[in-house]
Write a protein of this length. Structure first.
Length: 71
């Protein structure tokens, strides 16, 4: 399987902020992670724990963290 594209978005609705990472072209509960709830470090660990579903998300989050993200 090739590495899928990951989209990291930050949205704000009604004063609540959500940061999430989505796998392009996939739908369903295993196609995204809500980083706002977990925090970036825990989101990376969860993604690594479920490598087959979220491995690409973990890689993108690690890249974002090295670029200064600290959600």
């Amino acid at each position: 399987m090739s590495n899928p594209d990951i989209l990291i978005t930050k949205t704000r609705t009604g004063g609540n902020q959500m940061i999430r990472a989505d796998i392009k072209g996939r739908t369903g509960h295993d196609a995204w992670i809500n980083i706002s709830i977990l925090g970036i470090d825990e989101a990376i660990q969860v993604a690594r724990d479920f490598e087959t579903k979220y491995g690409a998300i973990a890689t993108s989050l690690e890249q974002a963290r090295t670029q200064g993200a600290n959600w």
